[in-house]
Design a protein around this ligand. Structure first.
Ligand code: HEM
Length: 475
């Protein structure tokens, strides 16, 4: 939604292009190009938006001045999408604070090992599927990404093709559009259209947003009620049910936490895992190096566990490199300023949407040599080493709005990487004549970014690893 900037009487705004329409495809590339022309701060007056490609600026504003830069824009379209009850897009308020507190109690670092069993179960199931139906690897990645939270939180084993989970996955794109300026141009130019019926010409966006809002309500109730019914019918309990029984006064926030994590995990996990698998197909030498490390540290007679993590610096470096080069949310979520501010001699008005171009920060040539190359070694050579706090991974965002599910995400993605490397060799698929089929390495270009489908070969590393993978079914 367009937010016109207040007058410049308080000082100059940072420089920037006078654009009427915002780029909506590969916007992060366009924003980086603007940075080369305008510098670290790019201000778009028509949109009251400040873009930065510089991590230092993002940290200065979004972390050090988090008191100012922690709001979200609750536009009418975001309301229709059901955003008022979704932690990631809610305004900064007492309601957000309570929602975030309840969320963090469950997903904080110290409590996160409660979810290990569910993560092992779903990741091992993923390995078995890769073994038995390697040609459907994309489908299995989707299944994993949609399945971990339902298992971990609600005790539900959902199938990859589960219609409800598919429906939930389907609304994520709408949220991306509602967050990215320029995605609904008719509405942005003529905001009053929001008050007209969805059949009115140019109002199709209303139908899409209302559909999204309906699904958000369903994801708030359906999995929770299923988990409750499972308890009542003696099928078993689950973390969310236990929490609801312990804290009935927080039931609304607990359900919202479930909905948020169900939605928040899907596209992001899928993006990270498929980017990792793509990188391994493209870089066989890196894959071999990681497998040698795994063989030396873990051995060949079992699959990796979370306890192995600290002893696997090269695997860690691969994970960090995936998050650097392929951040699933390349522009993060815009943080809205709650009061007028001054920074580096410029005036940043209240209500300004600050966009941290994570994709560009992670490819800053002043920070990273060969920034566009997949080079895990850079994390081994860095002064902090590969095990620095995950709070420093920009892909999870900044400040008070930093990803509240990052410890969960980090464990899921890491264990998937380590397990796939231990069990399989990934490579380019071959044609009938035995020639490798090239992988163009293309990515989607909207708000969430992930590899486009590609063909690959996935083969177990040995008879023993085949056996180890199959044996996980009995654990
Ligand atoms: C690799 C996986 C993931 C990535 C890269 C990722 C990235 C992000 C980013 C960039 C943000 C916005 C941060 C900001 O505004 O500065 C965010 C917010 C959020 N994420 Fe994630 N996320 C991932 C997985 C998850 C998972 C698995 C969950 C749930 C368990 C989750 C829950 C949330 C929540 C609740 C917020 C909103 C925080 C707030 O606004 O207060 N995320 N995430």
């Amino acid at each position: 939604m367009m937010h016109r900037a207040p007058s410049q009487s308080k000082g100059p705004h940072p420089p920037g292009p006078k654009v009427a329409n915002m780029p909506t495809s590969d916007a992060w590339v366009k924003y980086r190009d603007w940075g080369s022309k305008y510098g670290d701060l790019i201000y778009l007056p028509r949109w009251n938006t400040l873009i930065t490609n510089n991590a230092e600026v993002a940290i200065d504003l979004l972390e050090k001045r988090a008191r100012i830069y922690s709001d979200r824009a609750m536009t009418p379209i975001m309301k229709l999408c059901g955003g008022e009850n979704l932690l990631s897009v809610e305004c900064y308020s007492d309601k957000w604070r309570k929602d975030r507190r309840v969320f963090q109690q469950t997903f904080r670092q110290a409590a996160i090992s409660h979810f290990y069993p569910a993560q092992y179960s779903k990741i091992h199931e993923f390995l078995r599927k890769l073994l038995l139906m390697p040609e459907d690897s994309m489908k299995h990645i989707d299944g994993l990404s949609r399945g971990v939270i339902p298992k971990a939180l609600y005790g539900l084993d959902i199938e990859p093709e589960d219609a409800f989970a598919k429906k939930v996955a389907g609304i994520i794109d709408t949220f991306g559009k509602a967050l990215l300026n320029g995605s609904f141009p008719t509405y942005e130019w003529f905001p009053f259209l929001i008050y007209l019926p969805s059949w009115f010409p140019g109002c199709g966006f209303k139908r899409i947003a209302s559909e999204c809002g309906k699904v958000v309500k369903e994801v708030d109730t359906i999995p929770f009620e299923t988990a409750m019914n499972n308890l009542q019918n003696g099928i078993g309990t689950s973390p969310i049910v236990e929490l609801a029984l312990q804290k009935p006064q927080d039931i609304k926030e607990i359900k919202a936490m479930g909905a948020m994590s169900f939605i928040g995990a899907i596209d992001t996990t899928m993006s990270s895992v498929s980017s990792f698998m793509l990188a391994m197909c493209l870089h066989p030498d890196i894959q071999t190096k990681a497998q040698e490390e795994l063989d030396n540290v873990v051995g060949k007679d079992r699959l990796p566990t979370f306890e192995d993590r600290r002893h696997l610096p090269y695997v860690e470096a691969i994970y960090r490199e995936v998050m650097r080069l392929y951040p699933p949310v390349p522009l993060g979520f815009p943080h809205i300023s709650m009061e007028d501010d001054f920074y580096r001699g410029y005036y940043i008005p209240k209500g300004c949407a600050v966009v941290a171009n994570i994709w560009a920060m992670n490819r800053n040539p002043n920070v990273h040599t060969d920034p566009d190359k997949f080079l895990p070694e850079r994390h081994l050579e860095s002064p902090t080493g590969p095990f620095e706090s995950i709070d420093n991974i920009y892909a999870y965002g900044f400040g008070r709005r930093v990803c509240a599910g990052r410890y969960m995400a980090d464990n899921t993605v890491w264990l998937t990487i380590a397990s796939v490397l231990a069990a399989f060799t990934l490579s380019k698929a071959k044609d009938r004549n035995g020639n490798e089929i090239d992988i163009p390495g293309e990515f989607t270009n909207h708000f969430f970014r992930h590899p486009k489908p590609y063909r690959s070969n996935i083969t177990p590393r040995s008879q023993l690893t085949r056996y180890l993978v199959l044996a996980t079914a009995d654990q």
